[in-house]
Design a protein around this ligand. Structure first.
Ligand SMILES: C[S@@+](CC[C@H](N)C(=O)[O-])C[C@H]1O[C@@H](n2cnc3c(N)ncnc32)[C@H](O)[C@@H]1O
Length: 277
């Protein structure tokens, strides 16, 4: 039996291959699901009409476009992402005041400190050197400018994220232990860790608040997401059709038990993090 793949260590490769492709394929669904978080983020990070904002790990650009609309044509929201396929989709949707660049936000030169805010929806937990990445982002902001991002709390606060893995486990080889601090979805689950990273990289007035956002999702959509993204998707990649079928059935049954009238009343358990350059 083969081992279940560990979380990706080469994030650039992951987001340009399997991970990025899954987001490309499911982009409309993901944007719909995460729209309530976009609304909170854009409202909180908005620095005023005509200002300049960085969107870190912007993916296909929904939050960049949302911010650009609020900033107006005199403003700029610059979406930065390491994934070629996702930036391609973002560029195809660009509007006045929204620009996109395919780059690593850890090292990208944002120019003289000229931005009025930086924001991210789930795009800052994948850096290989968190301290250096946040210092680089800070260098692109004017003194006193605000950083606002949403990241996931621990899996126990996001039970829907683990139901599929649990249901699939009996049909798959054992998962090797993973490092909870490694870059990945839940790397910022510990608020003390996030606070330390921001403090060491020069940020001030750090606040980390709970953000529990209802993100109800139709049962078939959640089944699709659970099988196409995250640990179950990675584990299924090397499996034959018989195993895939059993896993699909187990995941469908487990998630159906959570649904009310065909909708799973999911709540995204996140941190809303703010700090000043
Ligand atoms: C979970 S997705 C979120 C995408 C988008 N913010 C959204 O909410 O739809 C994480 C994103 O971070 C990007 N990313 C990961 N590492 C990055 C890096 N070093 N620099 C820029 N983007 C990065 C990935 O390519 C991916 O698009």
């Amino acid at each position: 039996m083969t081992q279940v793949p560990a979380p990706p260590t080469d994030q650039a490769a992951y987001w340009n291959q399997a991970g990025g492709q899954a987001w490309v394929d499911l982009q409309n669904l993901m944007d719909r699901l995460n729209r309530p978080i976009e609304e909170v983020l854009v409202a909180r990070a908005f620095p005023g009409a005509g200002k300049r904002v960085i969107d870190i790990g912007c993916g296909a650009g929904a939050t960049t476009l949302g911010m650009a609309k609020r900033l107006g044509p005199e403003g700029l929201c610059l979406g930065v992402d390491i994934s070629g396929p996702l930036i391609e989709i973002a560029k195809a949707q660009a509007i006045a005041g929204a620009q996109f660049v395919e780059a690593d936000a850890q090292t990208y030169d944002f120019g003289a400190p000229g931005f009025d805010a930086a924001m991210s929806r789930f795009g800052v937990m994948f850096f290989s050197d968190f301290d250096a990445a946040f210092a680089n982002i800070r260098a692109g902001l004017k003194p006193g400018a605000e950083l606002v991002f949403a990241c996931w709390r621990k899996p126990a606060d996001n039970p829907m994220a683990v139901i599929a893995s649990r249901a699939a486990a009996p049909f798959l080889p054992p998962t090797p232990p993973t490092d909870p601090l490694a870059p990945g979805r839940f790397a910022f689950a510990d608020p003390d860790r996030v606070h330390g990273i921001l403090q060491r990289s020069g940020w001030a007035q750090i606040n980390i608040d709970r953000l529990d956002t209802p993100t109800p999702v139709a049962l078939p959509d959640l089944v699709t997401l659970s099988l196409r993204m995250g640990p179950v998707a990675a584990a299924l990649r090397d499996q034959d059709e018989a195993v895939r079928g059993k896993v699909r059935e187990a995941v469908e049954t487990a998630l159906a038990a959570e649904a009310v009238n065909g909708v799973v009343p999911m709540v995204a358990g996140c941190w809303l993090v703010t700090a000043r350059a």
